[in-house]
Design a protein around this ligand. Structure first.
Ligand code: IMP
Ligand code: MG
Length: 176
């Protein structure tokens, strides 16, 4: 990690408080429906998924899916499936857990892939949403924070694999 820490956009305290809210809402919404399968989108959602999943009060299990956009910096490209879910999600209630939704292309692609596995339902949850950046119309059921059109790092999110383990969300100026 670089010695120059990115300036703070959302504090650790604010993130944690918001996750409590989201966990309470999700727990209420899924109460009495049996198990919800939380599908974390690697790599960025791993920390959010860890915190969110431990605060739910409904039965839950954990799966991961990995996708990548072509490129390693801040330019978005074609979405590609790197790793599908391992468990059988047919007939299950699925909640996709994302770090951030920008253009919506990744989430849209993921919904398509997961629908083909025949779940009972699919809902979506993202910690961050870049308002005004949508290229595709995709429904997001649970949003942590809306942010502007800027590149953010920390709490799982990276820029060129840097700063994923910061406890807060900061912003950086991409150089590509
Ligand atoms: P979308 O397909 O344009 O919605 O972009 C979604 C994916 O791009 C996210 O899952 C992230 O992996 C990545 N991404 C978009 N914006 C940011 C950002 O500001 N910081 C880190 N990753 C981002
Ligand atoms: Mg992601």
């Amino acid at each position: 990690m670089s010695d120059n820490l990115p300036p703070e956009l959302i504090s650790e305290e604010d993130i944690q408080a918001r996750i409590n809210d989201l966990a309470a809402r999700i727990s209420t919404d899924y109460a009495g429906q049996g198990e919800v399968v939380l599908i974390g989108v690697l790599k960025g959602a791993f920390i959010f998924l860890a915190d969110l999943s431990r605060r739910l009060t409904v039965p839950r299990s954990i799966e991961f899916i990995a996708v990548s956009s072509y490129g390693s910096g801040s330019k978005s490209g074609a979405v590609r499936l790197v790793m599908d879910v391992r468990g059988n999600i047919e007939g299950k209630h699925v909640l996709i857990v994302e770090d951030i939704v920008d253009t919506g292309n990744t989430l849209n692609y993921l919904i398509g892939i997961l629908k083909s596995h025949g779940p009972a339902s699919i809902k979506t949850c993202t910690l961050l949403h870049k308002a005004g950046c949508a290229e595709v119309d995709v429904e997001i059921d649970y949003v942590g924070f809306g942010i502007g059109d800027e590149w953010v790092v920390g709490y799982g999110l990276d820029y060129a694999e840097q700063n994923r383990t910061l406890p807060y969300i900061g912003n950086v100026t991409p150089t590509d």
